[in-house]
Design a protein around this ligand. Structure first.
Ligand SMILES: [Fe+2]
Length: 319
């Protein structure tokens, strides 16, 4: 059985990618940022996931204003880096995991989350920057396949934090119903507080950011009740990206261990936040079994009913 073992929250500031690509990581301004991810890279190298699900948002690279899916799941075999105006980033092509992605699409959609299935998509800094921060700068290939999950946070209305959290739970049910033994990690990316235009450009709210990071392990349900307006008011217009962290959080146990945190300001006028959460080790088996039977049975019965109705439609069609 596949299993989500940990969640990673990380900002995806585009200037971090530019600093990497232009050899500026040792400059004092950027060293402060990159040094905060050294332990994370060690953790990732030790964890060695088989697959990473990366929740991020597309910044008008793969999708334009002509088509804006709320949740888009990348089911392709590969995802080339997008040209964001100065050529594609010099990072390896992201290899997907089409079999697991197709399974997730089926499970999550039959679980009543209507994802958009994307079979061709380029990925921008929203996905590649957090990959660099956790996996370093591989020349030829990323160390594991990646399933991108793009979320609309660029045009109103983005999904609510609660919807994102519940999608995380559906993703977990999907992964845990995949028969192959796979260690899966899930990234929630974006944020933290920042606003890139208008009279409040440059807004950073460290107090609010830290409270958000604290509550990822202390009171995640409180985070799911934050309305869009509070993100906008407290964390800036682009702070709404933080709802994507709640997909990651929903995919984990109710109780988690915070194994690492890093926060620094500013990086290109943005607060950089990072956290690693692992499912709590103590008595996790008991809790998981109890939780799984409750959530799993509801999800399974909905899926079974949906599959039956699909079968009925198919049977009619052949008559
Ligand atoms: Fe972003």
């Amino acid at each position: 059985m596949a299993k989500i073992i940990a969640g990673i929250g990380s900002s995806h500031v585009p200037a971090i990618g530019a600093a990497l690509d232009n050899g500026k990581t040792e400059e004092p301004y950027w060293k402060r940022v990159f040094s905060g991810f050294e332990k994370s890279k060690e953790w990732m190298a030790k964890t060695k996931p088989d697959v990473a699900i990366v929740v991020y948002n597309d910044h008008a690279s793969a999708f334009s204003v002509e088509m804006i899916p709320t949740f888009a799941l990348g089911c392709a075999a590969e995802f080339p880096p997008a040209d964001e105006g100065w050529g594609p980033r010099p990072v390896p092509v992201v290899k997907g995991h089409p079999a697991l992605a197709a399974h997730i699409a089926q499970s999550v959609i039959l679980d009543e989350f209507d994802l958009t299935i994307v079979n061709k998509m380029e990925v921008d800094h929203g996905l590649t920057v957090p990959m660099n921060l956790l996996f370093g700068q591989p020349k030829d290939a990323w160390p594991c396949p990646v399933i991108p999950l793009a979320v609309n946070v660029v045009m109103y209305p983005p999904p609510t934090g609660h919807r994102c959290y519940m999608l995380g739970k559906a993703l977990r049910r999907a992964v845990e119903s995949y028969p192959e033994d796979l260690k899966v990690v899930i990234f929630g990316t974006g944020g933290l507080s920042h606003q890139i235009s208008g009279p409040r450009a440059g807004l950073i709210n460290s107090k609010w950011d830290k409270s958000f990071l604290d509550n990822l392990s202390k009171d995640q349900k409180k985070l799911t009740r934050i309305p869009h307006l509070e993100y906008m008011r407290e964390a800036g217009a682009e702070g709404i990206e933080m709802v994507m962290w709640l997909i990651m959080r929903g995919a984990l146990d109710d109780k988690v261990d915070e194994v690492y945190r890093f926060y620094t300001v500013p990086a290109s006028n943005t607060a950089v936040g990072h956290i690693i959460l692992e499912n709590a080790r103590k008595a996790s088996g008991t809790r998981k079994v109890a939780g799984k039977s409750k959530r799993g049975s509801a999800g399974k019965s909905r899926q079974a009913a949906a599959r039956k109705s699909i079968h009925r439609i198919a049977s009619k069609g052949t008559r």
